[in-house]
Design a protein around this ligand. Sequence first.
Ligand code: ADP
Ligand code: MG
Length: 223
Amino acid sequence: MDAEVFRAWMTSAAEVIHANRDYLTALDAAIGDADHGINLDRGFTAALSALNARNGAAVHMTPGRILAVTGSTLVSEVGGAAGPLYGVAFRRAGHALGAATDVDLSALCAALEAALAGIQELGAAREGDKTMVDALQVALRGFRQAIAAGASQDDALSVLAEAASAAAIATIPMQALKGRASYLGSRSVGHQDPGATSAALICGALRDAARAMPLTVPGLAVR
Ligand code: ADP
Ligand code: MG
């Protein structure tokens, strides 16, 4: 996967977050403060602008640089919990890729693991706490196993995306132990976590970008 794929990933992520902005915000209205979709839409829009502003050098930007610029933009543009958490995730992933111009599945897996480690260092959430960590941890476990089993790139990325979607849905019966939703105690049960849902959308965008399929179908929400 070259820089084109990573640029397409960020474009697809921005599109799918935009298409699901109101859905993510409605999920956050139930157990948070109704800003998750608005926050991320603003952040990814700004990230695309930052990537395009460097357009002169765009062809020379490495995959790692594309992710690092995205992460830095999310940190500076997005408030709340999700901005810094996704920001550190993309920055760590970018740094893990280093100067590579072509990224294979195992390098991508290592980068995504670095992203998850960054999220957990910053937010201290563990699996089962009803956060974005749930989607990412389950997705990465499936991705790692698929790669070890010799899956094709498309199959491995499909496992990543589908496992993340299933894990987002699996947050519904959980009680939130981290973040704003944890203030609700047992009243957080019965609602899908917004951050786990956006994480699943971003994983889906990666699969779609690697397939070189433009993501134009609205309503690919994880419902
Ligand atoms: P805020 O809660 O500050 O309004 P957002 O609404 O943008 O921020 O994001 C909320 C999402 O952030 C939650 O649904 C959850 O998935 C994620 N989140 C919150 N706190 C943490 C944490 N400590 N670790 C990981 N993810 C978290
Ligand atoms: Mg919120």
